[in-house]
Design a protein around this ligand. Structure first.
Ligand code: VG1
Ligand code: CO
Length: 563
């Protein structure tokens, strides 16, 4: 099979962000653009003679890119590709396939929760043999290669038909097209108590209804296989379950803004348990009638119940973790249980090292990401089934009163207190404005000019005194690698804090995230603990906006999204 060498020149800006390279489809469609990046991957990892997995969320431009990877990968000596049926493998399913079949790594075609279609986003992400996203050391190498690339290699063979499951060849390379769902369903069956969940759902089919929203992303078929085929729920318990290349024109991000269809149906159809997942299936939102679970609370509650309720954790939880901007709720649980709680930078890659070292079982991010060491990615459907497992177990323990999402939350707050948490996103602002905002806070940090200053909220009368300002740097406890400037933290003497961070997943302009958190102790009583988040945080948000001069620097009166 003759290998052709094709001349090319470098493109600017092929630097992978928080989770791979994400750009507009039109950018990827430029001549040699995708080829350059794919060749840069093969120049950075030695995949000769190895097996690689290809998956993704099925978004627009995925099938073409699979063929590009086959062409270039084959020419670079890859022995075998395992490819999801129709180019589809959710991010967690791909992580599982890499681990289960001991592949050398994987290439995931996804821009996660970003909209898809010819005028929206595409993405390419490389994962390692542990099933997790490539660490910065590797992504930096890929980026460096993209800057000096002068040619890429291809083998020209007939394209592989991605719609046929089975074993094929591409030039000298074996290609296995596999069922996208089967291995993943087996994985979840080995983790959770499906019998318990099923019998709970069956006995309560009238007063505990379930609705899962695939948002036309990748999780529809996974959701149907689990909720309908395995757990016996009616077909009406899944919606938007057919993956579409443009996600039906929607924004496949499971939060109160973009998953409004789920929220409306849950409220109007009186559904006790609703859930949604994002484009590539690694995020989740849990929302029952009148009860929204913040992701920070979700991971804390899962950590609290795991050992008792979920078979996978019967032998004990090794440790827990959160990303820095995520609320401290999980720390209160860890403290009570005598577990170590690690704090890592944003992005799932930092959890993997701790898991590989046997230090971490359950972790989460405020950005609707929850997961465990069963794989090395966050896992949306896993989190949904974890909640069902916990609810089924809690109901077995208290057979006389139905325990739903709201009851679990209230019980949790009464025991641990509650960290009120919210995130404000200012999307696609000017890069200069964002930089000025960051520079201004940095100046405060280096000169200590905010320290001990007191700020009063005009609307609530609360006052907040700054106790610390710091830039978050992380040293990996396993390999000692250092990641600097992972977010700016302003702490207050009552334990509240505000964090500012620039997003690393946007495809245009800059996106500023502001995270606010305020702790309320159990002694404050149920009325305060179960109060509204926006109310609980009003004063702190006012102060945060004032201190940072955010509106001035960004020229925006209001955030684009509040979660
Ligand atoms: C965002 C989230 C982060 C998450 C990342 C990937 O990153 O904040 O918590 O890990 O997206 O999620 P950033 O850099 O834009 O803040 V996904 O579902 O896109 O793979
Ligand atoms: Co995602």
């Amino acid at each position: 099979f003759p290998v052709k060498e094709i001349k090319t020149t470098p493109y600017d800006g092929q630097k992978p962000g928080t989770s791979g390279l994400r750009k507009r489809v039109k950018v990827f469609q430029q001549e040699h653009y995708t080829e350059n990046f794919v060749q840069a991957i093969f120049d950075s990892v030695d995949a000769k003679g190895q097996t690689l997995v290809i998956g993704g969320d099925g978004r627009y431009f995925s099938p073409e890119t699979v063929q590009t990877i086959l062409r270039i990968g084959s020419a670079n000596g890859v022995a075998k590709f395992i490819v999801g049926h129709n180019a589809i493998l959710s991010t967690p399913a791909a992580s599982n396939i890499i681990r289960k079949y001991k592949a050398y790594g994987g290439i995931l075609l996804t821009a996660s929760h970003n909209p898809g279609g010819p005028n929206n986003d595409f993405g390419i992400k490389y994962n390692m043999s542990n099933g997790g996203p490539a660490p910065e050391e590797v992504t930096n190498k890929i980026y460096a290669k993209t800057k000096s690339i002068s040619s890429y290699k291809v083998i020209e063979s007939d394209p592989v038909d991605l719609s046929k499951i089975g074993s094929f060849t591409y030039g000298p390379t074996k290609v296995d097209i596999i069922d996208s769902v089967k291995d993943y369903v087996e994985l979840l069956e080995s983790i959770f108590d499906f019998d318990l969940i099923q019998s709970f759902l069956l006995t309560n089919s009238d007063n505990f209804k379930v609705l899962f929203d695939g948002m036309h992303g990748v999780t529809g078929p996974y959701g149907r296989a689990i909720f309908v085929d395995k757990l016996g729920l009616p077909l009406s318990s899944v919606q938007n379950a057919v993956p579409l290349p443009d996600f039906g024109g929607g924004h496949p991000d499971p939060n109160l803004t973009y998953a409004h269809e789920l929220v409306e149906n849950v409220e109007s159809r009186n559904i006790q348990f609703g859930a949604a997942s994002d484009g590539d299936g690694d995020r989740n939102m849990i929302y029952g009638k009148g009860a929204f679970v913040t992701p920070s609370d979700s991971v804390a509650i899962i950590a609290d119940w795991a050992e008792e309720a979920i078979p996978y954790f019967k032998s004990g939880v090794k440790g827990v973790a959160r990303s820095m901007p995520t609320s401290k709720q999980i720390e209160y649980v860890a403290k009570k249980k005598g577990l170590t709680c690690y704090e890592v930078p944003t992005g799932w890659k930092f959890f993997g090292n701790l898991m590989d070292a046997g230090k971490l079982s359950i972790c989460g991010e405020e950005s609707f990401g929850t997961g465990s060491d069963h794989i090395r990615e966050k896992d949306g459907v896993w989190a949904v089934v974890a909640w069902l497992n916990i609810i089924a177990f809690a109901n077995k323990k208290s057979p006389n009163q139905l325990v739903g999402i709201k009851e679990l939350l209230q019980k949790h707050y009464a025991l641990y207190g509650r960290s009120f948490f919210s995130r404000y996103d200012y999307e696609e602002v000017s890069s200069e404005g964002a930089q000025k905002l960051v520079d201004n806070i940095n100046e405060h940090i280096t000169k200590d000019t905010l320290l001990k200053t007191t700020h009063e909220s005009k609307s609530t009368g609360q006052s907040f005194t700054v106790s610390e300002t710091v830039n978050f740097d992380y040293t990996d406890p396993v390999d000692g690698s250092v990641s600097k400037n992972q977010g700016q933290i302003i702490r207050f003497s009552d334990g509240s804090r505000v964090v500012f961070r620039l997003s690393g997943t946007g495809s245009q302009g800059a996106t500023v995230r502001m995270y606010v958190e305020r702790y309320v102790a159990p002694e404050k009583g149920a009325a305060v603990l179960n109060g509204d988040t926006a109310e609980g945080l009003k004063g702190l948000i006012e102060v945060a906006l004032e201190i940072s001069k955010l509106k001035e620097f960004l020229g925006r009166e209001k955030p684009t999204v509040i979660t």
